[in-house]
Design a binder for this molecule. Structure first.
Ligand code: PFF
Ligand code: NA
Length: 453
């Protein structure tokens, strides 16, 4: 039997795991979620969710991958024959995410080039939908949009090329380059943002605590949702990544580094984004509320507008911003694909190259659908579905299975404690066995109520 690939260094693993975690979710999701859910007060439920769900689950997934030494389906089947499907479910969600995450990276790639001469003009919304995505002519639905198709092909060639090279020579090296570079670019952006007039008003708005809001369950649900998506938990990714760790690895410690690293980046993004929004609001003479946005609207409509308004070096700033999105996105996309590629290798005993071609190739083909006119609507629908039913649901089933049905907490705890400086005790058991299932269960209940009534 072929021996399992391994990371070259501990830093390599940590960078890859941070690379998976730090993504579009940190840059365009966190700032608006925090703002809309209590501002400064959001940090209370957010930290609670990080400490009772985020880090405990990260430790659990790292331990599962490390102990059972397999991709998610293989690891779960080694834990208990009847649990293999849990790994496949996560891998399937990862597959679906990879089909559209790749498209957004392709847009960011185009926009990093558009930055140089501010090609989007003054009507940035019209530019995105009519010129770039070509959505105006409904009769033409189905035609490829070349502006999206070309960067999308570049994204896939890059990502599949890296995955082809393997864990140490591909994934690890890519993250060793992408993540430090991303941090540098992003720090430049934040410093620039903070020196703009109006930045302080943006920060005040962002950190202004609304303590009443944390009495509302929606805010807690938002905090848990953000933590799950942001840490790439329950998508079969972290299990696969930790299966490549050497025998002696302090996984508990690694989980803390990854968890806090991701949240630090998220906080940094919140500061940068709101400093810029403060500048924008000042320029337009409106309140922050009028300019706050998240997701596609923030990155591809509001940001280009702000870039237009900058007093100097607009093109460079735009390039740095969109290049950061590309780097953050690529390192996450690599991990999303590795989740199912490793599963194919383990299950069908095929070579990595074959699995990359099969799994990654299929995802690339599906992603072409979104590069057609009308593809955006399709993307929106899939993203909504994944966020509503994918994230929390898989996480809930995972903790309930491991803690209550298979009763594996003790086994995992002993494994982790055998190799870690940090000892797992009651905090870990109560978080995963009680708090997380209750909160996620409530989230699901709320969701079904919302969708059925
Ligand atoms: N954690 C990434 C982010 O915050 O953008 C996104 C992500 C990566 C989500 C991988 C899901 C996933 F499977
Ligand atoms: Na993240």
């Amino acid at each position: 039997m072929e021996t399992r690939s391994q990371w070259g260094t501990r830093a390599g693993f940590i960078l890859a795991a941070v690379g998976s975690a730090v993504g579009l979710g940190n840059i365009w999701r966190f700032p608006s979620v925090a703002y809309e859910n209590g501002g400064g007060a959001f940090f209370i439920p957010y930290l609670f969710a990080l400490l009772t769900a985020g880090i405990p689950l990260l430790i659990m997934e790292f331990t599962i991958g490390h102990k059972y030494r397999g991709s998610a389906p293989l690891s779960f089947s080694r834990m208990n024959k009847k649990a293999e499907w849990l790994g496949w479910w996560g891998a399937l969600v990862a597959f679906v995410i990879s089909t559209y995450y790749s498209v957004i990276i392709a847009w960011a790639m185009s926009y990093s080039i558009f930055s140089f001469n501010l090609s989007w003009g003054s009507d940035t919304e019209g530019f995105l939908f009519s010129n770039y995505l070509n959505l105006t002519d409904p009769g033409q639905t189905g035609n490829f949009v070349p502006g999206v198709l070309v960067p999308l092909i570049i994204v896939w060639v890059l990502v599949l090329g890296i995955l082809f090279k393997g864990v140490k020579k591909g994934i690890e090296i890519a993250n060793r380059i992408f993540i430090p570079l991303l941090i540098v670019l992003f720090l430049i952006i934040v410093v620039r943002a903070l020196t703009l007039p109006g930045a302080i008003d943006g920060l005040n708005a962002f950190f202004q605590p609304d303590f009443n809001s944390i009495m509302s369950s929606d805010v807690w649900v938002a905090a848990y949702g953000q933590i799950f998506f942001s840490l790439s938990i329950a998508f079969a990714i972290m299990i696969a990544y930790s299966s490549y760790l050497p025998k002696k690895s302090d996984i508990t410690n690694n989980a803390f580094i990854v968890g806090f690293g991701n949240s630090s980046f998220e906080l940094l993004a919140g500061i940068g984004v709101f400093a810029i929004l403060g500048f924008m609001a000042g320029q337009a003479g409106v309140g922050i509320d009028e300019v706050v946005a998240g997701g596609v609207g923030l990155a591809f409509v509001v940001f280009p507008q702000i870039i237009n308004e900058l007093p100097a070096l607009n093109g460079l700033f735009g390039f740095l911003f969109f290049a950061s999105l590309v780097l953050a996105g690529l390192s996450s996309l690599i991990s999303i694909c590795e989740a199912y590629i490793s599963a194919l290798v383990d299950k069908f005993k095929i070579s990595r190259s074959k699995a990359v071609l099969l799994g990654g190739g299929l995802s690339a083909l599906v992603s072409l659908l979104y590069a057609t006119q009308g593809g955006l609507n399709f993307l929106d629908a899939v993203d909504y579905f994944i966020n509503q039913f994918g994230v929390a649901f898989v996480g809930l089933i995972e903790v309930v299975m491991v803690a209550w049905i298979l009763r594996k907490m003790k086994t995992l705890q002993e494994h982790a404690n055998g190799i870690s400086d940090i000892r797992l005790g009651a905090w870990w058991n109560i978080s995963l066995g009680v708090i997380t299932p209750i909160v996620l269960g409530y989230m699901m209940f709320d969701l079904f109520k919302l969708n059925l009534l």
